[in-house]
Design a protein around this ligand. Structure first.
Ligand code: MN
Length: 258
């Protein structure tokens, strides 16, 4: 789970740390890239085609990628205990229940396929599939070394579609604080290549065919109470405003450009 424990200890040069951090992020990103499968899912698919003469459907096996930072790394904005419970209990639970559900139903599809045809799947696959995808994207969208604001083509697109970065933040924060009950706020790129902001209830996401906002997710924010209650109690707005310090704009730009 802790990537740092796996890194060689022979070199403390800044370049190495930078590359290692980048590698950890890219490696973790493999799980969340739209429509791609993790190595484990890929293997499962290969195995299933290799034994296709048995006419047995091999259920997809979903795995939880390691966090690209330590539980305490996002303090003071998100506390270590919240991260430990959120990643280790909530997200892990979604993965466990998703695997149980696809095994029970004999589903061998990847998440992108599931979301595109979401009405064909039961509630357990919807909720836990969404939970797995949404959290993976969320972890990778944060960094202890947040630069504060986007640069380059992404910054230009934000200015063009929302007026300014401050207007974008205001609108995204309003989507996050205005979501009644549990859910997520999203920045997406729509089919006609425009940026859009919205929110979804529960563990729904903009890849689901029947979502309230549709598009390819670039940035998401978890506004379930489990994401902030230990530190912020009922003050969701304080959590949202603190979270802006953690946004991994480098990763958001990578999603935007790909
Ligand atoms: Mn959550």
């Amino acid at each position: 789970m802790n990537k740092k424990q796996n890194l060689p200890k022979t070199n403390s040069r800044r370049a190495f740390v930078k590359n290692a951090t980048k590698a950890a992020i890219l490696s973790a990103a493999g799980l969340s890239v739209i429509g791609t499968m993790s190595a484990c899912e890929e293997k499962s698919k290969e195995e299933s085609s290799a034994t296709s003469e048995n006419k047995q459907v091999k259920p997809t096996v979903f795995t939880q990628a390691a966090l690209p930072y330590e539980f305490a790394a996002l303090e003071p904005h998100i506390d270590a205990q919240t991260m430990e419970i959120h990643y280790g209990k909530h997200h892990a639970g979604y993965v466990r229940k998703l695997n149980a559900a696809v095994e029970k139903e004999g589903v061998s599809d990847d998440l992108n396929t599931i979301f595109q045809h979401i009405s064909k799947y039961n509630t357990a696959i919807r909720n836990n599939g969404g939970g797995h995808y949404n959290h993976t994207l969320f972890w990778e969208g944060m960094t202890p070394a947040g630069e504060g604001k986007p640069t380059g083509a992404l910054a230009k697109a934000i200015n063009k579609d929302f007026g300014s970065f401050e207007d974008f933040k205001t609108k995204f924060s309003a989507a996050a604080s205005g979501r009644f009950g549990s859910g997520w706020a999203w920045l997406v790129i729509t089919a006609d290549k425009k940026l859009a902001i919205g929110s979804t209830p529960n563990q729904d996401n903009p890849l689901m065919a029947d979502a309230e906002i549709k598009g390819t997710p670039l940035l998401n924010l978890d506004v379930w109470e489990h994401a902030y209650y230990l530190k912020y109690q009922n003050m969701r707005a304080d959590y949202i405003s603190s979270w802006w310090n953690l946004v991994n704009w480098e990763e958001v730009a990578r999603r935007f450009e790909s």
